[in-house]
Every structure is written in structure tokens, then in C-alpha cells.
Design a protein around this ligand. Structure first.
Ligand code: FAD
Length: 454
């Protein structure tokens, strides 16, 4: 990286917060993307990492990069699964790790948080004040800025939906360096600012750098439980999900997992999977404000499951048991990673999940492979794993990946429900969006990149 650019960055943030020695930069060149879809060729190494502490510093960095025509990569927790924060060309990595402000606003049931606060840090700070934050993508090292940029979802989204539903205000720095403050500690905002704010949620940082957010919190639930429901029949297991929702009970989460993967994961973690029966499981997470409601819901769900052929449901009531089940669920991905080429994030209308399973089973037979499967059953969002198969070429993996994507689209779905597009999956965007839609996004990006408003 040019010495004058490194010096200019030091002038903005201070000498201690600019890193360009190759060893120290290494950990900023990767994220958690599956091996088979990582940025190719390898990430750029001619990279300087800069660590601003506020929006003003981000603004100065972006103005500099714009002036010098240097690419910028925004890095949150680096837990992304689409190489979104990985530098594909020599440039500047803006790491948000120093933006750690957390204010829990008890009266308003909100939190004001810096973009670099991790999910784990927010959960802890909220719990200390008697609050809860439902969204839970598996890795608590993800940062608030990254969660908003990716509109992350996770295992507890059935009742309340993705990150977007929790964002009430945003501070964003545009590529031209202007700082926007949109929304705020407001439950309602119909001024237009609130709507503009949503442009920056889920667009993976391509339209601006998120530096601060106002988030909605939930009061801590007084009664929680996780029910593990075993089935021997896969379709019966998944077909039970719409029936639970139609009953009027909306759990925090309904996850789908399988025996092979949960047992492998539990073993790796030194934990025990609670159920000895069945091959396929629903994990149903419930949270209510009193025990009577909770138990009534548990009974009703258990009876729907039994009617659909489940084996005896198991109940995890203590916080430790519930945490261990969520931990096993969250750690399936890292456990399988050494054996996987890819793990597509396909999503179909929830009612089509049975058809999706049938198509995936056809692929297993066609390619003579076992496809580990897990995911967010009530959201129609599954992660079928493409396993490493000895002797297979890149082309063979690509053929299978494309077939999975085409199946999802044919069933009315998309290639990604959560993990996003990033650098790794840009080439599949056309399967989901028309040329006109992609061009519209490009035009919006161009306007924000090139037109300072004063
Ligand atoms: C084990 C595991 C399980 C996961 N489970 C889920 C899941 O269930 N649901 C789910 O949705 N995701 C899941 N993920 C993916 C990942 O955690 C989310 O995509 C998360 O939102 C990424 O946040 P991050 O801070 O790590 O972002 P990064 O990986 O650092 O970056 C991701 C993207 O966001 C951009 N970005 C980061 N910070 C900012 C900012 N401040 N302003 C603007 N743009 C920014 C980056 O440029 C990049 O494009 C999982 C990941 C792992 C490793």
C-alpha cells in the first residue's frame, strides 16, 4: 500500500490504529465462508487495516479512499459466510472493532450501540438490565454493524423476524463521507428518514458504513423452554411446522436438525444430545411472560406433534439445558466445516419445504452422496451441506450447487435467505433478480458514491 496513504490514515485515526505489517493483517483477510466458494484467487494481501473510533473518522477515511480511488472493505466480526468483508483487491480494510459504545435505555426499551459491539456483548448488557434481544445468528462474535448490513436472522426469528425489525435508528457514513442520522429512539417515524434507513439494512455495506444503531429490546421472558421433538419420518417432521403455526402459537424459534449432525456436534463440544430416539428433530423454543401460558403452549404443540407421528417430545426447562441445545444447534456449521465444500443457504416459501426435501433426496441419489441438512424450518430456510467427495472436481461441485439453487428458485425461493451475496456469491444473483432490478441497485449505489450533497 502506498506510503502516503498509510500516513494519511495515521493522521486520521492515530498511529496505533493503522496496521500494515503482513503478519498482523493476516487475520483480516478471511471470514467464515465455506472453503469451496472463497474469493478466488486468494484475497489481496497488499492491504492496510484502519480502526476508526467514530463516524467522523470513518468519514475522513472514506473521503481519502474516494479521492485516491482505493477500494474499501468494511469488516465487522468477520463471521460472514459470503466473503463480504474479504479484500478481493489491494485496498483499505476498515475494522469497526473499536466502536464499542453500549447504552441500555430502560425507559424506552431500546439500546444505542456502536457498530463494533458484538452480539454476545449486547446480549450480556441487555440481560444485566432485564432485557432480551431475540435475533441469534449462530456466532455471537458477529458485530451489530455486520448483523444490520446482512439483515441477519438466526434461530430465534419465527416470532419477530430478522434484524431489520429491530432497527429504529442508524448512523451511516456514505461513500462520499457524508454522515446520515436516520430514525432514532422512535417507535414510529413516518418522515421518510425511517424509510431511507432501510436502504442500508441488508445491503451488505455497499451503500454506506454503519457506525451506530438504535435497537429495540424485548423485556426478558419470565418462562422459557425448549422442546426437542424426535421423529422417524423426515416429511412428517417438517410437515408438522405449519400446523404448529396455524394453531396460533408462534414460538421464538423452530429449528430442524438431524441425529447424525447433532450427535457429532455434541461429541465435539463434550455435551450430550438429549434425545436417544428418532432420526429427525424439531427444536421448538418458547418464551412467555408466565408459566401457565408456556405450559399450555407446550401441551398443545406436543399434541400436534404426536398427531403427526412424533415420538415422545423432551423438555429442556433449566437455562443450562436450553443453552446447551442452542449451542449444539449453533455449532453444527463449524463441526461440519472440515468436511464441507459448501453449505448453500436456500430458502423457499415455508409450505414448500417438503417439496424441497424431496428434491434434495433426488440429488443424494443422483450424485451418490449424503447431504447433511439443518436450518430454520419455520422460515423455509435450510442449509444443505455439499460434502467433500474424494476425486470430485470444482466443476462437479459447481454443478451440484447450481442444481440446488435452481431447485430453490423453481420452488418460488431464493439462493440465500440469510447469508447474503458478498463477493463469493455475486455470480448467482441473476438467478434471483432481474437485470432491471440489479441495474436499479447499481444506479442507487452510483448516486451515493459520486454525488456529495453539498
Ligand atoms: C457458525 C455460524 C453460524 C451462523 N449462523 C447464521 C444464522 O443463523 N443466520 C444468519 O443470518 N447468519 C448466520 N451466520 C453468518 C454471520 O454471522 C452473519 O452474516 C453476520 O451478520 C455477519 O456479521 P459480522 O459482523 O461478522 O460481519 P462481517 O463478516 O465482518 O461482514 C459481513 C458483511 O457486512 C459488511 N459489514 C460489516 N460491518 C459493517 C458495518 N458496520 N457497516 C456496513 N457494512 C458492514 C461487510 O462489509 C460484509 O459485506 C453464521 C455464521 C457462522 C460463522
Amino acid at each position: 500500500m502506498r506510503e502516503d496513504i498509510v500516513e494519511a490514515l495515521k493522521n486520521i485515526v492515530g498511529d496505533d490504529w493503522v496496521v500494515n505489517n503482513p503478519e498482523a493483517v493476516k487475520s483480516y483477510l478471511e471470514d467464515e465462508t465455506e472453503p469451496g466458494v472463497k474469493v478466488e484467487p486468494a484475497p489481496a494481501t497488499d492491504v492496510v487495516v484502519v480502526k476508526p473510533v467514530n463516524a467522523q473518522e470513518v468519514s475522513e477515511i472514506l473521503k481519502l479512499a474516494n479521492r485516491e480511488g482505493v477500494p474499501v472493505y468494511v469488516r465487522g466480526g468477520g463471521t460472514g459466510l459470503a466473503c463480504g468483508c474479504v479484500p478481493s483487491k489491494p485496498g483499505v480494510v476498515i475494522s469497526m472493532e473499536r466502536m464499542k459504545e453500549i447504552e441500555i435505555d430502560k425507559e424506552n426499551l431500546m439500546a444505542v450501540v456502536g457498530a463494533g459491539v458484538t452480539l454476545g456483548e449486547l446480549l450480556k448488557a441487555a440481560a444485566k438490565e432485564g432485557f432480551f434481544f431475540p435475533p441469534h445468528p449462530g456466532d455471537e462474535g458477529a458485530q451489530i454493524g455486520g448483523l444490520i448490513a446482512c439483515n441477519a436472522v438466526g434461530a430465534r426469528a419465527v416470532r419477530t423476524g430478522p434484524m431489520r425489525n429491530y432497527v429504529l435508528g442508524l448512523e451511516v457514513v456514505l461513500p462520499t463521507g457524508e454522515i446520515l442520522r436516520l430514525g432514532g429512539r422512535l417507535v414510529k417515524d413516518n418522515t421518510g428518514a425511517g424509510k431511507l434507513m432501510h436502504l442500508f439494512i441488508g445491503t451488505e455495506g455497499i451503500l454506506g458504513v454503519i457506525t451506530k444503531a438504535v435497537l429495540r429490546l424485548s423485556p426478558q421472558y419470565k418462562a422459557t423452554a425448549t422442546m426437542v421433538v424426535p421423529f422417524n419420518d423426515r416429511r412428517a417432521c417438517l410437515n408438522t411446522v405449519p400446523e404448529i403455526l396455524q394453531s396460533g402459537i408462534i414460538p421464538l424459534g423452530i429449528e430442524y436438525v438431524q441425529k447424525k449432525e447433532v450427535e457429532l456436534t455434541a461429541k465435539r463440544l463434550g455435551l450430550e444430545w438429549p434425545s436417544k430416539e428418532g432420526e429427525y428433530y424439531l427444536l421448538i423454543m418458547l418464551a412467555e411472560f408466565n408459566e401457565d401460558t408456556l405450559y399450555a403452549q407446550l401441551e398443545e404443540i406436543a399434541s400436534i406433534c404426536r398427531k403427526n407421528g412424533s415420538l415422545e417430545p423432551l423438555l429442556a426447562e433449566t437455562p443450562e439445558e436450553q443453552t446447551n441445545i442452542l449451542k449444539i444447534r449453533s455449532e453444527i456449521y463449524p463441526t461440519l466445516k472440515p468436511y464441507m465444500e459448501d453449505s448453500p443457504d436456500i430458502t423457499v416459501p415455508p409450505a414448500n419445504i417438503g417439496k424441497l426435501i424431496e428434491e434434495l433426496e433426488k440429488l443424494e441419489r443422483k450424485y451418490d452422496i449424503y447431504i447433511p441438512l439443518f436450518g430454520h424450518a419455520a422460515d423455509g430456510n435450510l442449509h444443505p451441506v455439499i460434502p467433500v467427495k474424494e476425486g470430485w472436481t470444482k466443476e462437479q461441485y459447481e454443478k451440484l450447487r447450481m442444481e440446488m439453487y435452481q431447485i430453490a428458485v423453481k420452488l418460488g425461493g431464493v439462493t440465500t435467505g440469510e447469508h447474503g451475496v458478498g463477493e463469493a456469491r455475486k455470480k448467482y444473483l441473476k438467478l434471483n433478480l432481474s437485470n432491471e432490478a440489479i441495474e436499479t441497485l447499481r444506479k442507487i449505489k452510483k448516486v451515493l458514491e459520486t454525488t456529495p450533497s453539498h
